[in-house]
Every structure is written in structure tokens, then in C-alpha cells.
Write a new protein. Sequence first.
Length: 213
Amino acid sequence: MRILFRIAIVLLLTVGARADSFDFTFVSQRFTVSGTFYGNLVSPGVYFIGGLTGTINPGKEPPLNELNYVYPGEFNGVLNNDNLLFTKQPYVDSYGISFFAGNIVYYDLIHDQFGYAVLSCGISPCTGSNILRTPGSLEVSPVPEPPSLLLIASGITLLGTQIKRMRLRRAESGAPFMARLYRDMSGFFARSANRFRSIHSASIWMVEASPLA
């Protein structure tokens, strides 16, 4: 059990890089919005969304409209968007994440006491009866970045190589397998820790050097 626990720890460490991109899909009876949020970590579990890509299908021609980013406070009136994304439910707050599409129709993706909804406004000012509320469901999932994928591949490769070596040594020596497994895995984890520190440091540098960091 100790050996299996150590293997699990190594694999968990390989996926320790942060994710700054999140795929999202909002589904309602009127339209569907899907795309990717791009943000920076501002506190544990909270990201400030500084950009997005995606489309909205309003059920009319043209069928797809490209989304455009709206800065915090730019959604005038009562819709004071803060563009914060949370990694746990609910993914947005009552201020929401805003964007516009089509003929400059503003949208604000929010969560309030009634659940998830998109507030839309095509007439200025965006207040009162000019705001249309469309309830729906929201799904958000992090997008693995290249450093994360590199760490995962490195961890699995190192683990597979070590197991293969242990099997070969067992066949050659005839020694009890579990005894050799414990001894060999101890050395393996020590070497893996050093390799992980080097790879993880490089991945952090890549993320911080990216335009989204």
C-alpha cells in the first residue's frame, strides 16, 4: 500500500500546474453560448477574466455570432460586471462576466438567488425593462496547458520505465519481487522528485512568461 500511495503522489504532482483557460457552455431555451475564458489567478480559486472567445447561437440568422469582451463596469446601468470566475460552483457571481455579440447586444452571465442566467440588453440605457433575463445552466471546465501536459507525460513515462526495469531485474536475479520493488521504488521516487522540481520550475516560468500571465 505504501508503494501505491507513493505512485499516486507522483502522479498528482505532475498535474500541479495552474490552468488559466476555461471552456464554458451556457444552455437555455432561447440560445446557447459556448467558448473559452482566459484569466489570471487573483486569489485561491478565483480568476479575473481578461478575455474570451466563443460564439452565441440565438436561433436566427446569422446562426453564430462571435463574442467580444466587455471590461468591468463597461456594461452601463445596473449590470456592473466584475468578470470574476470561480473554480467551484457557482462559477460566477451576481455581477457576472460580460460580453457583446451581433448588433452590439450586451450580455452578462450571472448567478443569483434564482440560479444561472444571462442578462441581455440591446437598448441604452441597460436598466429596468430594457434588460431581458434568460435562465439556463452553466458548465465550466479548466483547459490543460502545455506545461501541465508535459508534466503528466513525464510522470507516466518515468513510472512505466521504472516498472519495466524492476521486472527485468526480478527475472535476472530471482529475488522476492516485493522486496526489490520497495527498494527500487524508493530510489525512483527520490530521482523523480528532483526531476519534477526542475520540470515544475520550467513550467512556472513558461506560464508567467505567457501573455495571459
